[in-house]
Design a protein around this ligand. Structure first.
Ligand SMILES: O=C(O)CCC(=O)C(=O)O
Ligand SMILES: [Fe+2]
Length: 232
């Protein structure tokens, strides 16, 4: 069964974007394609040096607040981590933002501001999709401010002592957090439609603290506005 496209989305263009990013990562010697049927996911090592990761962790700790999700009502314990919208103008944040976009070969104007997340023991992000579903209260609003989410770039800033794996149950695949490793995946299938095989969770941290950076790329230029209303 095919999932419906977000209003105004252009699956053919999204499929072409997916192919372009794949080709780019396949030619990057630091990137490894992770075998997964019907799903494109890469692990890229040594994306940020330890001192930059430490500085980003300090920025996350300075401005962490309970994480939100796009939903009409309360989030029902969906995402119990803390989120920090990193200051986009900070020189390190701006440099990392640009580096992640360059790594995937995507236009930085299409990317949402990078987010930091912090998970303490017991905290998690339950199974969810990063693409936007059609027919939701927020669908029209997110469509108007940049369209569908294509690729996710998620960087492990540190390693908790136990737990906190990023889990793709449909594949199945589970990635142990490894400091400096970036996971990049396409939330859409090769025809540019939402891919249920991309659903994933940040499993509960069992010991220690987990820090990640997440960056979502949109179909068109991202112009944040009305949809923020749906974020809780
Ligand atoms: O923390 C993780 O492992 C997953 C994070 C995630 O799925 C997201 O930020 O969209
Ligand atoms: Fe996610």
């Amino acid at each position: 069964m095919r999932l419906p496209d977000l209003p105004g989305s252009d699956p053919a263009a999204l499929a072409a974007t997916g192919a372009r990013v794949r080709a780019r990562l396949e030619s990057d010697s630091r990137a490894a394609r992770v075998p997964a049927e019907g799903f494109d996911v890469f692990a890229i090592r040594d994306v940020l040096p330890p001192e930059e990761r430490a500085a980003l962790i300090a920025l996350i700790d300075a401005d962490a607040r309970p994480s939100g999700v796009f939903r009409a009502g309360g989030d029902g314990g969906m995402r119990t981590s803390h989120t920090c919208r990193l200051p986009a103008a900070h020189p390190l944040v701006a440099a990392v933002d640009a580096r992640l976009a360059a790594l995937l070969g995507l236009d930085p104007a299409c990317s949402e501001t990078v987010q930091g997340q912090r998970y303490h023991p017991g905290q998690q992000f339950r199974e969810h999709n990063d693409y936007f579903a059609a027919g939701q209260p927020y669908s029209e609003a997110v469509a108007a401010e940049g369209g569908q989410r294509s690729w996710t770039a998620m960087l492990f800033l540190n390693e908790p002592e136990a737990g906190g794996f990023t889990h793709f149950p449909a594949i199945p695949l589970a990635f142990r957090p490894r400091a400096g490793v970036l996971l990049a995946w396409d939330n859409l299938d090769r025809a540019g439609h939402p891919n249920p095989r991309s659903h994933h969770a940040g499993l509960p941290v069992e010991a220690g603290v987990k820090y990640v950076l997440t960056k979502w790329f949109r179909e068109r230029t991202w112009t944040p506005g009305a949809a923020q209303h749906y974020r809780n």
